[in-house]
Structure formats: C-alpha cells, structure tokens
Write a protein that binds this ligand. Structure first.
Ligand code: ASP
Ligand code: MG
Length: 443
C-alpha cells in the first residue's frame, strides 16, 4: 500500500479536488490510503474564530460559510456537515462565555477543518465512481500524547493502526484526516500547524507503506527557490540527510520532523505536484542515486537575529562557551548557527524576546550586541567536503556580487556550508550562487 497526502492548496476547491480524484484513481491498484489537509484557508479561519471568541466576539459563520461553499460546489448534501457545524458553534459559544482559549480548546477548534474536508472529498469520490470513506485518524488507532499543539503518537500506536486498517472494507479508498489526533482519554489534539505531512509519514511508518507521497504545488524539491532563481531546477533524487538540512533552512518545502518517521522506517518520500501529476517530482530516501554534482540545493531562512558576544575572558578560559549556551538554553533561545574565535562568539536565533533575556545576562561576560535582518543561507550537497576549491568559488562569486558575508560555518566532512548575509542581499546571493554552482558547474 501507499500513503498519498494532499495539502490545503491541492484540496482548495472543486477544480483542485477533481485533480486529486484523477491522481488517486490512477494509483488505485497500489491500495492508496489518502491523508488530507483542510481546504486552503480553513484552518486559519478556525484559529481566527477561536481567538475572536476568546475576546468575546462570536464570528463562527465566516468559516462555516467558506466550508459550506466548497461542500456545495462539490454537490454534497448540506446535511453531511450540519452536525459538525453545530458542534463548532457550541464550542465557540463556550469559548466566548469563558473568554479563555487553552491550547486544548484551540486544538479542538482547529480539528474541524480536516474533519470537514475528508467528509466532502470522500463523498465526491464515491459519487464519481471511486468508492471512498472518510475516517477521523483516531478511529484508525492514531492515539497521541496530550501535548496540545504538538502532539505525537504514543508508543505502540503502530500495531493499533495496522489492526484498524486491516479491518477496513476492501475496494474502498480511506480518506483520512491529517494534522489531528486524540489522546487515550478522548481529548482532541493536533501535531502542529502544517502537520498533515507529518501525519502522512507517521501513518506510512506504522503501516509499512511502500512509499509516502506528498502532493503539493511545486515540482518536488528545487535547486533553489524558484521565485528568486528562474533557472532553478528539480532535484530528482536526494538523501534524507540532505532533505532534512534543506527543510530546516528552506522551511517552504517539508518540515524536518516530517522526514524522521519515514527515515526511521526506511520508507521513501516522494514530493509531487498536484497541478502537474506527470512530473516525476523528487524522491527522498536513505540511499539516493549518486549525484555527480557537488551541490544539491541552496536554501535560506530570512529575518534571523545574530547575537555577538565579545569577551577577552574567553581567551584561555575553560567552560566559557558552556556558560554561554547554558544561559541561552535557560532563556529558551533556539540557536541555529554558531561561530567562535578566541574573543567572540556569534550565534543566530529567531525569537527576539528570549534572545534579549539571554543578552541581558550575557552582558556580565563581555560586550553583547544583537543585529537583526539577517539571513542564513545554506548550500547542501553530498560531496561538498570533497570538492577542492568550492570555498574559493563560493566566496569569489559572492565578493564579486558585492555582498558581505558576516558568518560562515562548515563542519568537518559536513554536507552543508552555511553563511549569514543581510536580508537585503539574500536574493542577489542566491542567484549568484546558483549561477556558479549549477549553471556554470562542471561536475
Ligand atoms: N490544516 C493544517 C494547517 O493549515 C494542517 C496542514 O495543512 O498540514 O496547518
Ligand atoms: Mg499546508
């Protein structure tokens, strides 16, 4: 069997859902289990309604009207979702009364998007001659812990899922909710925003799927952000570690956590385009076909902060860096990139309040400054470390473009080379790097 996951834009409206129908039909002989997101914008609408209710304003009909619009466009009977609409109305009335929105209530409210979309999609599929049933994922054994907003399945969920899926009727396509879950006590949870990809890999791993397909709106993973580099091209095949590195810094493609269950279960993840199903996309797996190019892709993360600590006490003092990072950890700073010299340490992070709290305390050790508006740019490739002269090419090209590189990090034998530049320079830098590394590159 295979798991096929369709995101919010893939199931946005009738035109998109009909493309999904065609794609699932074409894979019918691989026993697909389909994981769906809410229609595009519905989860945002639910979150907004929840926040408004907590301020005493009941605004539930906007999101219901949006969902009803899609349901009617698909030709579904109004009665199909009516009970779930009523549940949401009562729930938000409760939130409005108590004027309080716990993480638990927010997950409950957010869960309606996927419960609605799976029902209307299964209904349309069945009326179109592809018999399908909607399933809330918890009815298929997906039991989570109670970490609302970032729940994860409890140990042993795999066997429960295998048993539940084995009991499903043959010849009918299961259309399963992404993003949500339920604790053993029956509390509704979510795995986190944009979490349907993660649901898909967790379900795929539990069921031992032959493949997990992530269908969205790009031709798989690209060598660079196509909005910045017109000549960006598709990467047919890549390794889990390369994809994880890019996911972490590119943030537009896959969340790194998404890949972990597939990586652990050795299940290939294929990234495909709902709008161009004939395109082969990108397959991510443990052993990618050897890539002759030293560089696989370039990604970047904007709007980062850089904290720099200068201290002569660092010179020759044992445990200095330990104290710096212990301070950061205590204030909840998530550090991405680090460089050090004898007297300075620079680190990047993206949450200002926690970084400022850490900075106040670090000021006891030396002079501290925080610079904002910086981007981390990362070049990823299996053979990066083996390519002599790569650094010279990279920095030569960047210098020619007149961009100042503020931090550089490349670990011994690593598959990534990371740089920090100003946000304003990022598009120029990505374009110039793409040119020297991909367009002029001799393998
Ligand atoms: N519908 C959820 C969200 O918008 C989950 C997802 O689409 O992956 O965050
Ligand atoms: Mg999404």
């Amino acid at each position: 069997m295979i798991v096929m996951k369709f995101g919010g834009s893939s199931v946005a409206d009738r035109a998109q859902i009909e493309k999904v129908l065609g794609i699932v039909r074409a894979h019918a002989n691989h026993a697909p289990l389909v994981v769906c997101s809410a229609h595009k914008g519905v989860t945002d609408g639910l979150v907004k309604a929840a926040r408004e209710a907590a301020k005493g304003r009941l605004e539930v009909e906007t999101v219901i009207a949006k969902q009803l619009g899609v349901a009617r466009e698909l030709g579904c009977d109004d009665a199909l979702l009516a009970p779930l609409f009523d549940d949401l109305r009562s729930l938000l009335r409760g939130v409005q009364l108590v004027r309080e929105l716990s993480a638990r209530s927010l997950d409950y409210v957010s869960s309606f998007g996927e419960r609605w979309s799976t029902r209307v999609i299964a209904d349309l599929f069945s009326r179109s001659g592809l018999p399908a049933d909607a399933h809330d994922v918890w009815d298929l054994g997906f039991v989570t812990d109670a970490s609302f907003g970032q729940a994860r399945p409890v140990p042993g969920y795999e066997q429960q899922m295998r048993d539940a899926v084995a009991r499903l009727p043959a010849g009918r396509v299961p259309i399963v909710t992404g993003f949500i879950g339920k604790t053993a006590d029956g509390e509704i949870t979510t795995v986190g925003r944009n979490g349907s990809d993660l649901t898909a890999t967790l379900v795929g791993a539990a069921l031992g799927a032959a493949e997990v397909q992530i269908w969205s709106d790009t031709d798989g993973v690209m060598t660079a952000d196509p909005r910045l580099v017109r000549s960006a091209r598709n990467i047919p095949d890549m390794r889990f570690d390369e994809a994880a590195e890019l996911a972490y810094f590119g943030s537009r493609m896959l969340h790194p956590a998404t890949l972990l269950p597939a990586m652990a279960a050795k299940i290939p993840v294929r990234v495909l385009n709902t709008n161009r199903p004939e395109h082969a996309g990108t397959v991510i797996r443990g052993e990618a076909a050897p890539n002759p190019s030293p560089v696989t892709s370039i990604a970047y993360k904007e709007r980062q902060l850089v904290l720099t600590l200068c201290s002569t006490r660092m010179f020759g003092e044992v445990g200095f860096l330990g104290r710096v990072f212990e301070t950061c950890a205590r204030h909840g700073v998530e550090v991405d990139m680090v460089t050090t010299s004898e007297v300075t340490v620079s680190l990047t992070a993206n949450d200002r309040p926690s970084l400022e709290r850490a900075a106040d305390e670090l000021a006891a050790l030396g002079s501290v400054r925080i610079d904002e508006g910086r981007s981390i740019l990362v070049i990823v490739g299996q053979h990066l470390a083996e390519r002599p002269g790569l650094g010279a090419e990279v920095f030569g090209a960047i210098a020619e473009a007149g961009v100042n590189v503020e931090m550089i990090s490349h670990a011994f034998g690593a598959i990534n080379l990371s740089l920090v530049v100003r946000d304003a320079d990022v598009s120029r830098t990505v374009a110039v790097l793409h040119r020297v590394l991909f367009e002029e590159a001799r393998a």
